[in-house]
Design a protein around this ligand. Structure first.
Ligand code: ZN
Length: 234
């Protein structure tokens, strides 16, 4: 990896992908972003993306010339084949399989495939994504082995070396806050709390010390617990 390389960040507008974007801006000469619109219930994520991209360059001067184009890819077919809480109006609860009903089967495989194709077209050899194995939910498509298998599949299928970076793979939410502070200090923490979105219900009305959200859904609880743990340790 050299500083002249470009990277494509899978950027949803959530806390994790925003930290990944800052991580990439610190390392790559050109950083582009891609978001996916699959009629998700928490579409507010997509709305906060431009604002986050707008504010990031103010945190570190060197980031401004590196932040490149943003891409939004619509994947209606993903919504069509999903019977889950993110795309259908059903209660968010743990299903019999032990996975949250927010789980869209293989979603990250589909995202990475689209991102790989886009990266190829843009002459980019590095993907950066916020998958995390320490996450509470145990999504199988977030596992390190899954991501490594996708890296091999994309590299072979595109006939071009593609590296998938997952800076959050082995850290928890408290670790994500700590990483954010080490990259962008208090300014990045403030940006995460004020602008990023995680809540499954798209709640932007209730502001807590850890940011906006309903405070009740699994994503809000995870973020609140991570913030409290990080605060207690710092
Ligand atoms: Zn919530």
């Amino acid at each position: 990896m050299s500083v002249s390389d470009a990277a494509l960040v899978l950027f949803s507008g959530g806390q994790d992908s925003t930290v990944c974007l800052a991580w990439a801006l610190e390392r790559f000469a050109r950083v582009e972003t891609v978001g996916f619109d699959y009629r998700q219930r928490h579409a507010v994520e997509l709305m906060v993306r431009p604002r986050i991209r707008e504010r990031l360059p103010a945190i570190a001067e060197r980031w401004a010339p590196r932040l490149g184009d943003d891409h939004l890819i619509r994947i209606d077919a993903l919504a069509d084949i999903s019977e889950t809480a993110l795309t259908r109006d059903v209660a968010i609860e743990i299903s019999a399989s032990g996975l949250p009903t927010t789980f869209v089967p293989g979603r990250n495989l589909i995202f990475l495939s689209f991102a790989g194709a886009l990266a190829y077209r843009r002459g980019i050899r590095h993907l950066v994504a916020g998958m995390c194995e320490t996450d509470f939910s145990g999504y199988p498509d977030c596992r390190d082995d899954t991501i490594k298998a996708m890296q091999v599949a994309l590299t072979l299928g595109l006939d071009r070396r593609l590296t998938i970076h997952t800076p959050l793979m082995w850290i928890d939410k408290a670790g994500t806050f700590a990483l954010a502070q080490s990259i962008g200090g208090e300014q990045l923490i403030d940006l995460l709390l004020a602008e990023t979105h995680t809540c499954y219900f798209g709640d932007r009305e209730h502001r807590h010390d850890w940011g906006f959200g309903c405070g009740e859904c699994p994503a809000c609880r995870l973020r609140a617990e991570g913030f409290a743990k990080w605060k207690a340790a710092s």
